[in-house]
Design a protein around this ligand. Structure first.
Ligand SMILES: [Zn+2]
Length: 193
């Protein structure tokens, strides 16, 4: 079993924009009854989330599978820089310039130099710094969100909404998020806890 999650993240929102954007997105979701305005203990990874509303049926691929009766069935909203990861352990960073695959571990099983560099940049970014990670193959420095992935991509974002145990969100609903976020790039990340 386990709990399935889908996060919609905003790749462009700055930290100071995330709060107001979260408010407007929440107001929209409440107005179309995708979520309830109240907040309850219905999510993981946060104290409170918004329970699903009747409009939730219109935004998922399989409405019959909405987890109405489950304890973990709400939507949590995260504001502040966060890495939205998947549980796809096979997914590796791929340089957008030279397409070199940055293995997490080297031939001896130790953390690879590229992985160590990634960790440094990630820590720096989480602390408010920039997100440019240089490729040890070609030297190209790309922002973390501009790196490709060999499998499921991660997202590095200051704003993200996570739907807990909902069936797959409809693509047009996900696209609407981008419009509602002022045309920002969005990235969906999903996985299981
Ligand atoms: Zn490269």
């Amino acid at each position: 079993m386990g709990d399935w999650f889908q996060s919609i993240t905003d790749l462009d929102a700055e930290v100071d924009e995330a709060g107001p954007l979260a408010e407007s997105i929440t107001a929209w979701l409440v107005s179309v009854t995708v979520i309830s305005a109240e907040r309850t203990d219905c999510v993981l990874g946060a104290d409170l989330g918004h329970p699903p509303g009747p409009g939730g049926s219109a935004v998922v691929e399989e409405p019959d599978l909405l987890p109405w009766g489950s304890r973990t069935n709400g939507v949590s909203i995260h504001i502040g820089r966060k890495v939205f990861t998947t549980v796809d352990e096979d997914s590796r960073l791929v340089c957008p310039g030279c397409h070199r695959v940055g293995e997490w571990r080297d031939a001896r099983g130790d953390e690879s130099a590229q992985a160590a560099r990634f960790s440094e940049v990630l820590t720096d970014w989480l602390g408010g710094g920039g997100s440019r990670l240089d490729c040890l193959g070609c030297g190209l420095a790309s922002r973390l969100n501009d790196w490709r992935w060999s499998g499921t991509p991660w997202a590095f974002a200051a704003l993200g909404l996570t739907f807990w145990n909902w069936p797959s969100l409809r693509p047009d609903f996900v696209t609407e998020f981008g419009h509602r976020l002022g045309g920002h790039r969005i990235r969906s990340v999903s996985g299981k806890l």
